[in-house]
Design a protein around this ligand. Sequence first.
Ligand code: THU
Length: 134
Amino acid sequence: MNNEELLTFARHAMQMSYSPYSNCKVGAALLAKNGKVYEGCNIENAAYGPTMCAERTAIFKAVSEGVTEFEKIAIVGGKNGVEDGLYPPCGVCRQVMREFCSLDFPVILGKKDGFVETTLEELLPYSFGPENLN
Ligand code: THU
């Protein structure tokens, strides 16, 4: 699946965003190595702290179904669901990716006109991962 196709899934996920407090809608589409796409949106909470990001929603959906090997992820977002600039993943989401994905894992950041392709290693240099506990 190419990046534009995966971004289409991310845009679909963004429509599901529950974000009445920030009004920032975020959508992620995670392509698993088995070919399945897991969509996730951000889910906010009146107590703020329990808010879940779109990226982790997608990853946890997959892992909770026994799928732990991933090809790439596409992410889009925007105030009131209007895409403008990039919506890079927060530090917590980067660390959760680090648990399951290789350092060269492609992260596709969509914007109004096109996308930027980066890697987990670029987003999370000198990272701590599972092998550090061996
Ligand atoms: N958000 C995400 O969904 N992913 C990120 O990696 C960054 C932030 C959401 C959380 C919150 O609902 C809104 O964006 C504003 O922070």
